[in-house]
Design a protein around this ligand. Structure first.
Ligand code: GLY
Length: 385
């Protein structure tokens, strides 16, 4: 008889944390009706961005969608309305679409409106975003360029590990339209990321340049990590989660294996309390932690656990790691005792090399913390699958 498995994290803790998140987000509702929380806080307060230009503007929408699903309270749909209208304008009046982050942006804004509510206008905008993302695909190199104009020499042919979270937009666009080219581009990009962004020792480059004319690999470079050869924590977390998602969408088991390998490396580099430093080259000392990477990692573990057989030899270890990290975040990293903070999680890092958002709240850290709680309660999250 199969052993009865306990839920990976205590249900009461999850419910109490979701209550805490709801109270914090409710306090933001009036302030961010027609604007967006900036990517990272300043002095723990999120400045308001009036324009929808950054890669992070959808994380607040994602939090509202999670709360609407969790509570059924219409006030979250009302709060989403101006945000969704802004995302529609962003693709209907181009000017701000020169980025692969269209995935993050539309998977958490128009995506849930399509998947959960069959919203026709949102569907059109979601598919337009997928078209813009597809236009960044270089067939010879088999990759999607991350940033900027496709002819900008500094960015031409540069892919980055974060893009794995942008691929669900393409996989879902294929499902919605029956057109295979979105999925084919996403699958090819994931394979190339697996080949070139993942190193032999199961660490990852943040970014890697391809020659888009010959298709040949060039070299890896960091952008937000400690060095070109170090392992930026958030990149590794995007890798764990992103390869598990590409497995979900393609059935290619090599992605599951890659996700496990990246996770094994990550877990071997954790400090005592289980919340990583901003770069995994650090395992002790005074360098800042990055709670946002820890939250992304938890979502990655939860997606991975959906696919690993119950008999997988490392499953128990992954569940234990999830329990340990979520408990540490809830106990020591939330803003529960810091009422002046806008965010949910303290001690995040945006870009240490640029000195941006160091030891602050990150809006994506808040989102992924809520997503991890939501996944623990409901088993999944529709936005990426
Ligand atoms: N996707 C950008 C970052 O993780 O900072």
């Amino acid at each position: 008889m199969m052993e009865q498995r306990a839920a990976p994290v205590d249900r009461d803790l999850v419910l109490a944390q979701l209550d805490f998140c709801r109270e914090k987000v409710d306090a933001l509702l009036p302030r961010f009706r027609n604007s967006f929380p900036a990517p990272s806080s300043e002095g723990l307060a999120y400045p308001a961005q009036e324009e929808n230009f950054d890669w992070t503007t959808s994380f607040y929408s994602g939090m509202l969608w999670l709360l609407w699903e969790h509570t059924g309270d219409k006030k979250y749909l009302d709060a989403l309305e101006p945000h969704l209208a802004s995302f529609c304008r962003r693709v209907e009046e181009p000017g701000n679409v020169d980025t692969h982050d269209l995935g993050f942006l539309y998977s958490l804004s128009c995506g849930p409106a399509v998947l959960l509510r069959e919203d026709g206008r949102a569907r059109g905008c979601f598919l337009k975003a997928a078209d813009y993302l597809l236009a960044r695909y270089f067939p010879k190199a088999g990759i999607i360029q991350a940033w900027g104009d496709l002819n900008d020499p500094a960015n031409r042919g540069r892919m980055i590990i974060d893009c794995l979270l942008n691929l669900p937009l393409l996989y879902q666009a294929s499902r919605l339209t029956g057109r295979g080219e979105y999925r084919a581009a996403a699958y090819s990009h994931a394979r190339q990321a697996q080949k070139y962004l993942v190193r032999q020792d199961d660490t990852t480059f943040h970014t890697f340049y391809m020659d888009v004319d010959t298709g040949e690999p060039r070299f890896g470079r960091t952008a937000q990590g400690y060095s070109d050869s170090s392992c930026w924590a958030r990149g590794q977390a995007w890798g764990v989660y992103g390869f598990a998602l590409s497995f979900h969408h393609t059935g290619d088991r090599s992605f599951l294996d890659t996700s496990c390998r990246l996770l094994d490396y990550f877990l071997a580099r954790l400090p005592e309390d289980g919340v990583c430093y901003w770069d995994l080259c650090f395992t002790q000392g005074d360098e800042p932690r990055d709670s946002s990477s820890a939250a992304i990692l938890c979502c990655g573990i939860l997606e991975l656990l959906r696919h690993l057989p119950l008999t997988h030899p490392r499953r128990g270890e992954y569940e234990a790691a999830l329990r340990r990290i979520m408990a540490a975040l809830a106990r020591d990293y939330t803003t529960r005792d810091t009422p002046r903070a806008d965010g949910l999680l303290l001690h995040g890092v945006y870009s240490k090399p640029d000195g941006i958002g160091v030891d602050e709240c990150m809006i994506w850290g808040d989102y992924y913390y809520m997503e991890a709680l939501f996944r623990l309660l409901y088993g999944t999250c529709a936005y990426w699958i």
